[in-house]
Design a protein around this ligand. Structure first.
Ligand SMILES: CCCCCCCC/C=C\CCCCCCCC(=O)N[C@@H](CO)[C@H](O)/C=C/CCCCCCCCCCCCC
Ligand SMILES: [Ca+2]
Ligand SMILES: [Zn+2]
Length: 296
């Protein structure tokens, strides 16, 4: 039985041919396409620093785990080792678990927990510990299980999008739709902030859902139709997945921060900005705290 450190000791191998450019790097493009994780993680930490200081320092954990995931993914594609595979998948699992713990609005909690976030976090930690142990039983299904969790995140985001679209209708739902939490204060500027925020939020959700759909299509295509991609001499779809899925992270963080601010920071003005320039057609979204009750 090969060592868990040994090159190609993982049962998983991606479509890109191995050792094409170097004896040290098994999958060259799949390894170096993770560089976006190493850039976006620290950059987002810097850009969102004032927001994180105000909201919760636990959010730093998410950005650190995101960067670590990129490092482990690089190690995995460089070696295709069993250790690399497990580190990559377990880091993703804990990244998603931290995201759920911090961001999931209370209305999505299982009913038996009520609205108690401490109980909910204990449940998430327990499930994640058990899943970490289970992931060693059948490692080939881990990535599919992680993508199923990804599908659930998209489901939540789509639910929030529907609430934004249905903002004119009255609702009797126990989970109050985002745009129905209209301010009771007479200050028109707050209403103005809500409307600007909702428009931004809809745009972010639309863009991120398209990016995620392209990413998951690339991931599945690489897994299922490898012979076709090799036949047309383009076995690089998994590298494209890395770049696209790393873009969903800043989008996901900003979407969840905006949704969360309605519940947790209702009086705080939050602005969506894009790095490097708001005016450029492509950019990384982040949130900036504005002056409270500032008009738009
Ligand atoms: C309310 C919950 C909030 C949770 C927020 C968390 C947001 C996380 C966003 C992105 C994380 C991306 C991590 C990707 C790691 C890629 C490493 C990799 O490629 N590993 C592969 C092997 O090299 C492995 O096969 C991949 C496994 C599947 C990973 C599944 C990740 C799901 C990401 C879901 C993102 C949803 C965004 C929704 C936006 C509308
Ligand atoms: Ca390969
Ligand atoms: Zn990968």
């Amino acid at each position: 039985m090969p060592s868990i450190f040994a090159y190609q000791s993982s049962e998983v191998d991606w479509c890109e041919p191995n050792f094409q450019y170097s004896q040290l790097v098994a999958e060259f493009y799949n390894t170096f396409s993770n560089v976006t994780f190493l850039v976006f993680g620290p950059l987002m930490t810097f850009l969102m620093h004032p927001y994180i200081q105000k909201r919760s320092r636990y959010i730093y954990v998410l950005f650190i785990l995101f960067t670590i995931t990129g490092l482990f993914s690089m190690y995995f594609h460089m070696t295709l080792s069993f250790l690399g595979q497990m580190l990559d998948e377990i880091a993703i699992l804990w990244l998603l678990a931290s995201g759920y713990s911090i961001w999931l609005p209370c209305c999505y909690f299982p009913t038996f927990l009520g609205q108690n976030r401490s109980w909910y976090i204990s449940l998430i930690v327990t499930i994640t510990l058990v899943s970490t142990c289970l992931s060693f039983l059948k490692p080939t299904i881990n990535a599919y299980a992680l993508n199923t969790i990804g599908l659930h995140i998209v489901y939540i985001v789509v639910q929030e999008y529907k609430k934004l679209r249905g903002s004119c209708k009255n609702s009797t739902e126990s989970c109050v739709p985002f745009t129905q939490i209209l301010p009771t204060s007479p200050r028109g500027s707050i209403l103005c902030n809500y409307m600007t925020k909702n428009k931004e939020l809809r745009h972010l959700i639309e863009v991120s859902t398209v990016i995620w759909a392209l990413a998951i299509t690339s991931w599945i295509s690489d897994r299922l139709f490898c012979s076709f991609w090799q036949w047309i001499n383009f076995p690089y779809l998994h590298g494209i997945w890395h770049v696209l899925i790393s873009f969903t992270f800043p989008y996901g963080m900003v979407i969840l921060a905006l949704v969360d601010s309605t519940y947790e920071m209702p009086d705080q003005t939050i602005k969506v900005r894009y790095w490097p320039r708001d005016t450029w057609p492509v950019g990384l979204p982040y949130v900036e705290l504005g002056d409270d009750h500032k008009s738009c």
